[in-house]
Design a protein around this ligand. Structure first.
Ligand code: FAD
Length: 511
């Protein structure tokens, strides 16, 4: 999914269009060279930018729900009245345009001034925090800080991150950026001046070594103490390292940070052959990116089919064939037992020479701080429906959080970009005293060459997979069912159906 510049399509909305031209409540038109979407929601008609502010997804193909529109690509949501990006992964609002109806026609001519977002009531409650500390400057941490300011929180925000860079578009690091087709300026989630302007004290390169819940402070790795009134833990996950000889060699990489992605790009310059260990999402996205750089790519993984555990055998076979079409060579049901110089020895006995090795064998949540602070843990940090941990005033979000998921009825922990951001947003509101239940349906996407796979819901196991459409034709929707109930849906180019499944799960309806 690349950001495309298209010439404006549809009718000139300054000349007026008939309401009958709104097919299925939407009409794509333009004002000058600006593409505008007309949307009917109930009795009203709105005019907004036609493209999502996240990755420029076409909102004309999105879903209108209760005065809002959802993007077909990564399920961001915008309020049609104000343009506000109400749900991640978009953060910037859409521009809104004035809609005039006269002589039986709809005219759009004037862009409206951006509306100030919904403000809390005039006087903040007495226990409004003065300083909120966020540990982790990734998806959840960033989304929380941004939402705190959007909620007009006037106190201090201090956000710590161990990485050298501020919040970045992590999913891109194994996709377009690694492939060399995304420019540098796509990668920061916000330009550098955003943090100063929003008065967010972002401290990069600063690890937190300890939390003292009794004293209400955190201690940095260099010994500085910073007190908090509310604390958000969003420390994410770290790549699992292989316990094999040679795993620490300089040409053996893992991929989590922008620095990691850059190191792989550097290593790829002039490389002839790459070895990817692990057929996970990150492993295979890396394989695709390296193929785009014309490097021979071998994937070694213990499973029979890539991604079978998450997506099932049918999608696993498809993903394998897709990568093979692009020249990836698989060595499945095999592992690497040692790396000696450029030579990797396989369990099956072969030796493979590779200039660069990328290990993508999964991640583990970073729980040391939570554990040290005595927070309840259960394969993650246990949080309640409001994302609060077992210690009052300390919240957790993102890859570390295990939360009660209302749709599956289970406590789950996932490693999804959009979930982390939405949890960050909900935690921000809850740290300000709103008792919002986190009930967003999990969503993730993965991209392999020109094929996006979208996934809604959560199915750790299933007894049936129902396939609508044709996976090989890249036009399909798979339902993962357990005892007759659809727990999750994966799709390729069935974006509206994916959005509809998300909505049905939110409403507790059958999918
Ligand atoms: C290359 C890549 C591609 C991905 N692609 C997709 C995708 O396509 N779709 C999808 O849904 N998901 C994807 N993911 C997963 C997604 O990025 C994660 O689920 C998401 O980033 C989790 O957000 P988080 O805030 O919990 O953690 P992170 O974004 O990892 O942020 C954690 C932050 O905490 C900091 N930190 C940790 N410990 C400390 C400490 N002690 N002190 C200070 N700071 C600390 C880290 O430095 C980091 O900044 C991808 C992940 C990677 C690595």
């Amino acid at each position: 999914m690349t950001q495309e510049q298209t010439s404006p399509g549809g009718p000139d909305l300054t000349r007026g269009v008939s309401p009958a031209e709104l097919i299925e409540d939407k009409l794509l038109g333009h004002v000058g060279d600006q593409e505008i979407l007309l949307v009917r929601a109930g009795a009203e008609i709105f005019a907004v930018d036609a493209h999502c502010t996240h990755y420029h997804g076409p909102l004309a193909d999105g879903l209108v729900v209760d005065g809002s529109i959802r993007c077909p690509w990564h399920h961001a949501c915008f309020d049609l009245r104000t343009g506000e990006a109400t749900r991640a992964p978009a953060f910037s609002p859409l521009s809104c345009w004035r809609v005039e109806q006269r002589d039986g026609k709809i005219f759009v001519q004037v862009k409206l001034e951006p509306k100030t977002q919904s403000k809390p009531s005039a006087k903040p409650p007495a226990d409004t925090p003065k300083r909120i500390v966020i540990v982790g400057s990734g998806a959840a941490g960033f989304a929380a800080a941004e939402m705190l300011r959007r909620q007009d929180f006037g106190g201090q925000i201090v956000m710590f991150g161990e990485e050298a860079d501020g919040p970045v578009d992590r999913p891109n690091l194994s996709k377009d950026y690694l492939a060399g087709s995304a420019p540098e300026d796509w990668i920061p989630l916000k330009p550098e001046n955003f943090y100063a302007e929003a008065d967010i004290d972002l401290r990069v390169n600063t690890g937190i070594a300890k939390i003292d819940p009794q004293a209400h402070h955190v201690v940095t790795a260099t010994g500085e103490t910073v007190s908090y009134d509310r604390l958000l833990l969003a420390t994410g996950a770290e790549p699992v390292r292989l316990p094999i000889p040679g795993a620490g060699l300089p040409h053996v990489h893992t991929l989590r940070s922008l620095a990691d992605s850059r190191a792989i790009i550097n290593a790829a310059q002039g490389a002839r052959r790459a070895l990817v260990i692990g057929a996970s999402f990150i492993g295979l996205e890396t394989a695709a990116a390296l193929r785009a750089r014309d490097i021979e790519v071998h994937v070694v993984a213990p499973e029979k089919r890539p991604m079978e555990r998450v997506l099932g055998p049918q999608m696993g076979d498809f993903v394998r064939a897709l990568h093979e079409e692009h020249g990836v060579i698989f060595h499945l049901e095999d592992t690497v037992v040692s790396i000696d110089g450029r030579n990797a020895t396989l369990k099956s006995g072969g030796v493979m020479e590779a200039d660069v090795v990328v290990v993508g064998v999964g991640v583990r949540p970073r729980l040391a701080l939570a554990e040290g602070a005595g927070l309840a843990l259960d394969r993650g940090v246990v949080v309640d429906t409001h994302l609060e941990t077992s210690v009052s005033g300390i919240y957790a979000a993102g890859d570390i959080a295990r939360w009660p998921d209302p749709y599956s009825g289970e406590s789950i922990r996932v490693e999804h970009w959009v979930v982390a951001e939405r949890q960050g947003q909900a935690a921000a509101r809850n740290m300000l005293g709103q008792r919002e239940v986190f009930d967003a349906v999990p969503f993730f996407w993965s991209q392999h060459y020109d094929v996006p796979i979208n996934y809604v819901g959560h199915a750790e196991q299933w007894d049936e997979i129902v396939v609508d459409g044709d996976i090989n034709a890249r036009d399909c929707l798979l339902r993962y069912k357990h005892k007759g109930r659809t727990l999750a849906v994966a799709s390729i180019y069935r974006d509206v159906a994916s959005l509809q499944a998300e909505l049905a799960m939110e409403q507790g309806a059958a999918v």
